[in-house]
Design a protein around this ligand. Structure first.
Ligand code: FEO
Length: 393
């Protein structure tokens, strides 16, 4: 991909990673991008870099626009390796550039790359005048690391919030209005659910803070995926909805099964929910993309977890799922569990213990069936599904 001008003298110089399929465990079936932006003015600034494997591509794009030695600043909005790891290589070319980060950003950069560079620190409302254009910085701790920062290009009204408002989505298009809207919003929701969901209350406050600072972006240029040009309010409003835990008439059933008993229960529960006109999304965990499961949980009213008992415990995929989902802290849902066992049982008890310990709202009693569910057991499953449907109505 070649560089691209967003607005006069503001360029996308990022890279498209068409083959990205695993982003530290997040399944990225549509690939991804690392967005870096170059602003050319009396003083010039590079906003974020890219993953180290694409350093050469970044340098090449910069060289096509400006002598790298004429870049005065590198703004590091976020230290995570996908945005900063090209630094060691590109700083050999950007010989006169000063690095700018938050205080925590400076600490993070030193811990990642050593004390190789001068790093100036900035805080919220600090400004950097480039010439005709001005950068304003807004610290955004825990969105999603302590070092995170947003950079606002004042005159052009372009917000560069790094990870916030991003999507893991490789494309030849750069702007939201050039792309399929349902895929775009689906990937934005998946990104929010898997990366930003634990920080919902911070997001609500940060959006409020932007408004109090008078920052009303005309364009939001995140560090991953497409740039929100047509209606930046749309993604801001979606973030507010997701962060407030607004849900749909929807239930997610997540299960694993050894010899099909737990799966039979899952289907019976699902049938009962569907009969009540509930939108059901069901996932066999060993056959599903966990990041996709989490996306569906984002706006679900209830999550039902099913597991067989193995060695007195829940199935390993279920414990992995619970570790992941409890860390993400989804808001405003009802949780319940079911399972099958041969003799002692233990899976359902273990699931409920974790849900309780995590402060999730648990709907009991759960459902436990010995060996293979017979018609009577399946009827109990349907009643169980019906009870969940009534509870969330
Ligand atoms: Fe895209 Fe937190 O890195």
């Amino acid at each position: 991909m070649v560089s691209f001008e967003l607005t006069k003298n503001v360029y996308w110089v990022g890279t498209v990673d068409w083959n990205l399929r695993d982003f530290h465990g997040y399944e990225t079936r549509r690939g991804g991008t690392y967005n870096s932006y170059l602003i050319i003015d009396d003083k010039s600034a590079l906003i974020d870099t890219v993953k180290y494997t694409f350093s050469n591509e970044l340098v090449k794009k910069i060289k096509e626009l400006i002598n790298p030695e004429n870049i005065d600043y590198v703004i590091i909005n976020h230290v995570e390796i996908d945005h900063s790891s090209a630094l060691p290589e590109i700083m050999d070319y950007l010989k006169n550039a000063e690095i700018i980060a938050t205080r925590n950003g400076r600490i993070g950069l030193i811990k990642h790359y050593g004390e190789n560079w001068e790093i100036k620190t900035v805080k919220t409302e600090d400004e950097l005048r480039l010439g005709k254009k001005t950068l304003k910085f807004i610290e955004a701790p825990m969105l999603h690391w302590p070092d995170s920062m947003f950079t606002f290009l004042v005159e052009d009204k372009i917000l560069m919030p790094n990870d916030a408002f991003g999507q893991h989505l490789a494309s030849s298009q750069r702007f939201d209005d050039e792309f399929d809207q349902s895929i775009l919003m689906d990937e934005a929701a998946k990104y929010y659910a898997n990366i930003l969901m634990p920080f919902a209350s911070i997001i609500i406050k940060k959006i409020d803070e932007l408004s109090m600072l008078g920052i009303k972006p005309r364009m939001i240029a995140p560090s991953h995926g497409l740039i929100w040009r047509s209606n930046p309010e749309r993604i801001i409003n979606s973030y507010l909805e997701w962060s407030k835990g607004i849900t749909e008439n929807k239930v997610v059933i997540v299960y694993d099964t050894m010899w099909g008993s737990t799966e039979k229960m899952a289907y019976a529960i699902s049938d009962a929910l569907a009969k009540h006109k509930i939108d059901v999304h069901m996932f066999h965990l060993r056959k599903s993309d966990l990041s996709e499961v989490v996306k569906e949980i984002l706006d679900a009213k209830a999550v039902i977890i099913g597991s067989p008992t193995k060695n007195r415990l829940m199935f390993p995929t279920i414990s992995g799922f619970l570790t992941y989902i409890t860390g993400l802290k989804p808001k405003g849902k009802i949780w319940s569990s079911f399972g099958s066992y041969g003799w002692g049982g233990g899976a359902v008890k273990g699931i409920n213990q974790i849900l309780n310990d995590s402060g999730f709202e648990l709907l009991e009693p759960s459902l436990d069936v010995r060996y293979v569910p017979n018609e009577e057991d399946l009827q109990k499953c349907r009643e169980f599904g019906g009870r969940i449907a009534e509870t969330i109505k």
